[in-house]
Design a binder for this molecule. Structure first.
Ligand code: KG4
Ligand code: ZN
Length: 339
């Protein structure tokens, strides 16, 4: 059977990305990401207008790089000739950012007469668990390709084993937090969502309260790692919002307010508070995911989204799922957690 080749385009927030993949099982032939982190850092968060402009600047070079990187390892092929389908993140995301990727994808699909597939951002985070990526092949760097804004270019091999259904997916990012039941491919039952702030949004807001900068998640994780064991008692225990509620919803805005109150006292240890916040978020996410896995007798549990890069959450979830269920746990490698 012919392997379908997909050109995938993503520009929903602060990274311009394009990849060529073939499947099934899915194999990443090339993946290029231009990050805007440096651009937004001085504002302490994503500046939407700047994000759209940077996407507009980078989208064509990033797509070109993705198709031509692949051609380096496959010299006989003309760049776009063997692409069968074009896929693009259609939302949710920043509208000005999304429009850049969607317009590029529409134009390519029209010009190349290929089908266009709009992909939901959250689906993308779930399906990151069905692929893997290799470290950048040094040969690409040797070719002297011109650097874009912090570009990462990679390729990968198919996973040895794919997740099995029914599965529970926990997707945690800056714009959403959801627990999802999947009984088969592309079939989603949302069991619970956040009632207020998303988990990543809470990380970003708490990082700002603690003057740790953007993006908040990695900054909090780094601050917490500076915590020495004898400092662990230096902070008040934070609440674990909705941890015992009998639904699968979440709430993180109270946690942010609790941190604010402590910050206002000016008597706190930053690494200890960052560590306790991270623990609180991981505890709630892990407990609810475990409950859902047990209730629906999941064969697999999947983690996805930017917050899935958090080591504390990765370890806690893996440990609990392995200890209390027969489900297999899937966590994307770090490079496939964010957009
Ligand atoms: O999926 P993503 O790249 O974009 C959205 O869909 O929003 O996720 C970005 C979010 C940000 O809120 C960021 O602070 C968070 O993911 N994040 C992390 C970590 N890395 C990124 N949160 C906790 N720990 C991390 N290591
Ligand atoms: Zn995302």
């Amino acid at each position: 059977m012919k392997q379908v080749k997909i050109l995938a385009i993503e520009s929903s927030c602060d990274e311009t990305a394009a990849a060529v993949a073939s499947g099934l099982p899915v194999k990443i032939l090339s993946s290029v990401v231009a990050s805007q982190i440096k651009l937004h850092q001085k504002f302490g968060g994503v500046y939407p207008e700047m994000a759209s402009r940077a996407h507009a600047e980078k989208i064509i070079p990033v797509i070109n790089r993705a198709v031509s990187n692949r051609a380096i390892s496959n010299r006989a092929k003309k760049y776009f000739d063997d692409i069968d389908v074009i896929a693009v993140t259609a939302g949710p995301g920043l509208i000005g950012s999304l429009l850049v990727g969607v317009n590029a994808a529409k134009t390519l699909a029209y010009a190349l007469k290929k089908p266009l597939i709009p992909v939901n951002h959250i689906e993308g985070h779930i399906y990151a668990n069905f692929v893997s990526e290799n470290p950048p092949p040094s040969r690409l760097l040797k070719k002297g390709l011109r650097p874009l804004l912090s570009v990462r270019a990679t390729a990968g091999q198919p996973l040895a084993e794919n997740p099995q259904f029914p599965l529970i997916a926990l997707t945690v990012a800056g714009g959403h937090t959801a627990l999802i039941l999947m009984r088969r491919h592309l079939d989603y039952q949302i069991l619970g969502e956040t009632l207020d702030d998303a988990a990543g949004e809470a990380f970003d807001k708490v990082a700002r309260l603690l003057n740790l900068g953007y993006p908040g998640g990695p900054a909090i994780e780094a601050a917490a790692s500076k915590l020495s064991t004898n400092n662990r008692q230096l902070t008040t225990k934070l609440l674990r919002p909705m941890i015992d509620s009998d639904d699968f919803n979440f709430s993180f805005s109270g946690l942010k307010t609790a941190v604010l109150k402590i910050v206002k006292t000016k008597k706190f240890n930053k690494p200890a508070l960052a560590g306790e916040f991270q623990e609180a978020v991981s505890d709630v996410l892990t407990t609810k995911t475990l409950k859902a896995a047990q209730k629906y007798q999941a064969k697999s549990v999947l983690l996805g989204g930017g917050v899935a890069a958090n080591q504390n959450l990765r370890e806690k979830l893996e440990h609990q799922i392995k200890k209390y269920t027969d489900a297999q746990i899937f966590i994307p490698q770090l490079s496939l957690c964010t957009d």
